[in-house]
Design a binder for this molecule. Structure first.
Ligand SMILES: Cc1cc2nc3c(=O)[nH]c(=O)nc-3n(C[C@H](O)[C@H](O)[C@H](O)COP(=O)(O)OP(=O)(O)OC[C@H]3O[C@@H](n4cnc5c(N)ncnc54)[C@H](O)[C@@H]3O)c2cc1C
Length: 418
């Protein structure tokens, strides 16, 4: 019987899982298959420092090749896994090769939704309509973001806004079109969104909210010349980037009969419904003890922590995944960090003055703090992580008073394992 561990998908979760598995004592072979043609790399800079020109492509690798060599992890780039067969403990690659495994990890991530509009011909895509997920996507966008070039970003989520900020810094003329009445509507509250909107507008971004796109006008070669909105406005463009969310890559798992529900369903040990198969990262839907329901997250901290849990499970150790969700973003001079999920808050407490460009917003349900957004404010973020994770109650008068350090109101950290 095989003693090989196979990891499918060489992103943040896959790289961490493979290396951690060795660290956790797996003595058999470890093979990491990734369909992209490079070393696993960091995606967050693609819309931030890489897009703004402050970081080069060769600085994006998560680990150098030597780290995989040292851990005796065989990294196979450019290898698309076509099918998995959990009953036979076998995978099939796109070139027809078959490999057997003792244990399998699925870390297939997510892919961006594509813009579908009358006027766009999926059979004849132009070369100026992009999504932003891979280094190839980022390089193609950056090459077209010249001073004066007209960029339209569809979708005011984090990726769209970060791209808008970086492209503005490069001198592009940026329009952001959002269907909802505010930015970041899925993930944050009104005060924080309003502050981000003001920041973009002050920097010259043409931010249009509540916009319904009606059609695209394309040139003979399929490239987009303009987007036309339901209100009659027409925005001419040199480049369009759709930042309208992602879908988890679940096809391998689904075709093999694994349980799927907005992601590959896993338990708190990252086990899927198939024997000897774990999953981690953007592709999974996992139980959250904190929120009492299953959630699917799209963030590096989630990918890393869940990968560590999955590696421990495969190595025969139980390390339940119970991390509080958190996320960061960089836009212009703002470093924002958010913790928790906005689910059913009934009021907010503002801490600090947004005009100082350093503040926090607390989202509460009764006295329980469900989530916190912080701007240029690491001390409050660190405190907020514990507050949300441990359901620590702090009076609103303290939350709203930035002269009172939050850390002074936290109980002593719980002993490990307690
Ligand atoms: C532009 C951008 C900015 C971001 N900024 C932030 C940020 O500031 N903070 C944050 O926390 N998160 C951010 N994210 C999200 C973060 O990058 C993801 O949550 C994280 O990369 C998820 O890691 P993953 O390993 O689960 O998936 P991925 O990174 O998507 O990796 C999955 C890999 O599996 C490969 N794969 C899929 N199917 C197969 C197959 N059948 N065979 C072989 N290989 C396969 C894919 O090609 C991919 O390389 C950002 C993402 C983007 C795109």
């Amino acid at each position: 019987m095989s003693s090989t561990a196979i990891v499918v998908g060489a992103g943040n979760a896959g790289a961490e899982l493979a290396l951690q598995l060795r660290e956790q004592g797996w003595s058999g072979d470890i093979v990491l298959y990734g369909e992209e043609s490079r070393l696993p790399y960091h995606r967050p800079p693609l819309s931030k420092t890489f897009m703004a020109g402050a970081l080069a492509a060769d600085q994006l690798a998560i680990r150098p090749q030597a780290a995989y060599d040292r851990a005796q992890v065989r990294l196979v780039p450019g290898a698309h896994v076509q099918a998995i067969d959990p009953a036979a403990h076998r995978i099939t690659l796109a070139d027809g090769a078959v490999a057997e495994y003792a244990v399998l990890a699925l870390t297939t991530g997510a892919r961006p939704r594509r813009l579908a509009l009358p006027g766009l011909d999926p059979q004849r895509p132009g070369n100026n309509l992009h999504v932003l997920r891979t280094l190839d996507d980022a390089q193609a966008i950056r090459a077209r973001c010249q001073p004066g070039s007209r960029l339209v970003v569809v979708g005011a989520g984090y990726i769209g806004l970060e791209l808008a900020a970086s492209a503005t810094a490069l001198g592009a003329r940026v329009t952001v079109l959002e269907a909802l009445p505010r930015v970041l509507a899925r993930v944050t509250g009104i005060e924080f969104a309003a502050f981000i909107e003001q920041t973009h507008r002050a920097a010259g971004v043409d931010l249009r909210l509540g916009i319904r796109l009606e059609r695209a006008e394309c040139a003979a070669d399929g490239s987009v010349c303009a987007l036309v909105c339901a209100d009659g406005s027409r925005i001419e463009c040199d480049l369009v980037v759709a930042g309208i969310g992602v879908e988890p890559n679940v096809e391998l798992a689904r075709d093999a009969g694994l349980a799927i529900d907005n992601g590959i369903v896993v338990d708190e040990l990252a086990r899927t419904s198939a024997t000897d198969v774990v999953a981690a990262g953007d592709c999974t839907n996992h139980p959250s003890a904190l929120y009492g329901r299953n959630i699917r997250l799209e963030s590096v901290p989630n990918a890393l922590e869940q990968a560590r849990t999955a590696a421990a499970t495969l190595a025969g150790k139980a390390r339940p995944y119970r991390q509080v969700p958190w996320f960061w973003s960089d836009q212009f001079d703002l470093k924002t960090k958010s913790v928790g999920l906005l689910t059913g808050h009934d009021h907010t407490v503002l801490r600090g003055d947004p005009s100082t460009r350093s503040f926090a917003v607390f989202y509460l349900q009764g006295e329980r703090i469900l989530a916190v957004d912080t701007v240029n404010n690491s001390p409050d973020f660190l405190a907020a992580k514990r507050i949300v994770a441990e359901d620590i109650r702090i009076p609103a008068a303290v939350l709203g008073d930035p002269t009172q350090a939050l850390k002074d109101h936290l109980p002593a950290p719980r002993a490990a394992g307690g």
